[in-house]
Design a protein around this ligand. Sequence first.
Ligand SMILES: Nc1ncnc2c1ncn2[C@@H]1O[C@H](COP(=O)(O)OP(=O)(O)OP(=O)(O)O)[C@@H](O)[C@H]1O
Ligand SMILES: [Mg+2]
Length: 304
Amino acid sequence: MTTSTPLIGFLACETTLPGAGDRRRGDAYEHDLTLAALEPAFAAEGLGLKVLDWEAPLADFDRLDAVLLGTAWNYQDKPNAFLAKLEALERSGIAVHNPPAMVRWNLTKTYLRELGAAGATTIPTLWLDDVTAEDAREAFGHFGCDRLVVKRQIGAGALGQVLLRAHEMPGPDWRFGHAAMVQPFLPAIEREGELGFVFIAGELSHALRKRAAKGDYRIQSLYGGVESRHEPADDEIEAARAVLSALPFDTPLYARIDMLRGGEGGDDGLLLMEAELIEPYLYPEQGERVGEHLARAIARLHLA
Ligand SMILES: Nc1ncnc2c1ncn2[C@@H]1O[C@H](COP(=O)(O)OP(=O)(O)OP(=O)(O)O)[C@@H](O)[C@H]1O
Ligand SMILES: [Mg+2]
């Protein structure tokens, strides 16, 4: 709490900051869209906003009251350094949104197992230390499907993800090479797409639908995925809210709950793909009021 203008840090990284030149990420325009949404809303609430690289020296964070994890999208390459920095900021009295304990928990996708046990409906998953061709063969039998998605337990942006087809199995020496999650390929991704629900301080800000480019099944903008507005039905909001309630933490300042419809026909209930609590893109183009929602929630926390 402070009586002067609270100053909120927006953590970016060297490849999302506008100064990155040729090294700027292909999806860094999302950084620009986020700031365009946040800047006026923060000003209207009497909040200062300072954009900085999360790897900047601690002294640069001196006057901040709080930080948002923003577009710190390179943390997967150095998760320990990222966590150490967030913990150092917290120790120095800066509120970290979302806090390092939540980030640590959300870093490894095994959290999905925990949410499933706590009542969220998750995608059926086999958790393996590595995946061999034999494991894949067994997984096809286990799920009774003809396509499998194999992904890393620690990963983002669909990096290193593999789609296996029953009729073109990898050779006997094939290894995935990472601690993995093996899931049946859910055809809903090609029909309806993935639904994202953006919650600010526990309230739904907006929802959106993410579709993959033709011939791909990954909805990320880096692979040509496109988003559109989505007016969620009550049962969809309820499914997303149930995930939020299953979190082993107090309500996070922000969360994006990504869900995909289950079933061979792609018309069953929504299943949890990911609960993004670290630095989710908040899709301001599909939710013009997200800046306002976030600024208000922060003002409630940090304005005396
Ligand atoms: N079981 C599945 N069935 C169909 N498509 C899937 C499945 N799992 C993942 N995908 C597709 O792959 C994409 C990436 O998967 P996921 O979101 O789990 O991984 P990620 O690496 O954490 O990606 P990001 O952090 O960018 O969301 C999904 O957005 C979706 O398009
Ligand atoms: Mg995802």
